[in-house]
Design a binder for this molecule. Sequence first.
Ligand SMILES: [Zn+2]
Length: 405
Amino acid sequence: MTDRLYYHDSFLYDFESEVRESSDSPRPSVILDRTAFYPTSGGQIFDTGLMSTEAGSIKVVEVADTEDGRVVHYLEAPPKDLKPGTRVRGQIDATRRRDHMQQHSGQHVLSAAFVSLFNIPTVSFHMADDYCSIDLDTPNLSKAQVEQAERLANEIILEDRAVDIRFVTREEAGNLGLRKLPPAERDHLRIIDIRGFDLSACGGTHVNQTGQIGCILLRKTEKVRQGWRVEFIAGQRAVAAARRDFQTLTETAALFSAHIYDLPQQTRKSLDEIRSLRKQNEDLQDELAAAQAVAILSETPEANGRKLVVRTFSDREMNFLKLLAQKLVRHATNTVALLGTTSPQPSLVFAQSARQPFDMGALMKQTMSKFGGRGGGSKDMAQGGLPTADAVQEALNSAFASLRT
Ligand SMILES: [Zn+2]
């Protein structure tokens, strides 16, 4: 068993120890007789830092528990100067540890707030590098409940209550009224006591006073299978997130020349405008297509009893081509239209009036296979996309030629 120094002092960032085991594979790692490095457990993620001897230092990149109660320190490089018996100095990345303490103690305060206000228990705690979450065992969770719990948690933080660590027997723990009892294996329990507010069995690293948590900010809530998940961040993470939110809002507000608090209203207004402009644009496209169809038909001579229209456009959407093709073949009952556009997407639309003898779908397939595109359609209307703009004119010419043979 490794002697876990963090059990007694979460603020011990620098310690001396002795190497018990070291290994190069599968990952470079060492086990010490005692350590202040926290291994991932109980929802809290591992510490990082340095391990040093007179010969130099190696980075500790991950720390984990073994099943038999030892703590493994994974290293950035093989531990060649860390043979068993070597004296080492361990240094914890204090910024990272402080952040973890703020999140984990923040979680205890928040979970206790949900119990004390609404009798809603926490069933799990998850800490990641950027945010944390708890899962609450409740079928419903309102916005008002979230805000009340956030408010109470921050009051407990502002009151700067003492956070004590105590070791008790399982029997003693049974009489303390713990918020959460751990599984029944252990004889001795480590209790985190937030004075007058919360008692929990926990092996994590915690602040000495609730004021060191700084603040707690609740973020997204979402329904999960067993209840509700509440994302939160505490301390400097909360400040960093608020800073990022403010920057995002400020940048967006500048785009609208608006105040950040007017953004929802401004955004709704802009979306309404976009919808209305889109509708206007559709109506205009329709009118344009109708007018162009009339003009094109009037300048297309009849040959063998039908009008064969071949046109290439630039800067026309496929939808416009389809619209124009429809107008052309409906306006006159003897029309075949072969239309192409070079941009934004090189595409073709073929159409014929009802009861004309060709097969537009087959003609499109044949043209596409010749020019490396994909497309098809029905007997009277077909569409396809070409790989390059250069192919558009050639493909139209080819389709036109095959109609005349
Ligand atoms: Zn805990």
